[in-house]
Design a protein around this ligand. Sequence first.
Ligand SMILES: CC(C)(COP(=O)(O)OP(=O)(O)OC[C@H]1O[C@@H](n2cnc3c(N)ncnc32)[C@H](O)[C@@H]1OP(=O)(O)O)[C@@H](O)C(=O)NCCC(=O)NCCS
Length: 177
Amino acid sequence: MKKEEFKDPVDQVPVTFRTMQLRDLDQVTELEKAIFPTPWSKESFRWEVEENRYSYPFVLVKNNQVIGFIIVWQMVNELHIANIAIDPQYRRRGMASHMLETLFFWAIGNGVREAHLEVRSSNRSAIDLYKKFNFFEVGVRKNYYQAENEDALLMSCILVKEKHPLETECLCSGFNV
Ligand SMILES: CC(C)(COP(=O)(O)OP(=O)(O)OC[C@H]1O[C@@H](n2cnc3c(N)ncnc32)[C@H](O)[C@@H]1OP(=O)(O)O)[C@@H](O)C(=O)NCCC(=O)NCCS
């Protein structure tokens, strides 16, 4: 994983992006429960950390507190974003963007060429985040979230190397490149 110092823009306290460990699971599960209507269990996160060999789980940590996480599955040259969340009190500070930028930089170096995900059709903030990273809508799974009778949008992007203003060397790009 590329190490690059990142600070909370509000108070300039350093924020670390690192691999999720077993010791993070209580905080991760607590955050998950506070955010999602049908949260993953602690056992699901443990499985991602310890057993799923396709899984790369990461946390974002500030002052020893987990303030965000992302879990991706790599299958050969494809990346699937399985879960991503930022603590509500730290949103709109570029935290999720930092995780995705760092992750995509690492993923390209790891042979990944495409990224895919599913998102609730009503989840405006997540859809806008993904569009900012040039994800395209490629399909719809009707009534995928059955409890809420809600569709899932399928979004994808091609990962390419390109110079980014922050001097990282990759970002997502659309299918038309
Ligand atoms: C989606 C989520 C991860 C975004 O995290 P974040 O750290 O606030 O995102 P960033 O600050 O990096 O924002 C990046 C871009 O996303 C979009 N965005 C983020 N929050 C938004 C909101 N509330 N409304 C509209 N656009 C939003 C914007 O385009 C934003 O760029 P800008 O700030 O330059 O306008 C966060 O809102 C979250 O945890 N949501 C709940 C969990 C979730 O829905 N996960 C996705 C499941 S598919």
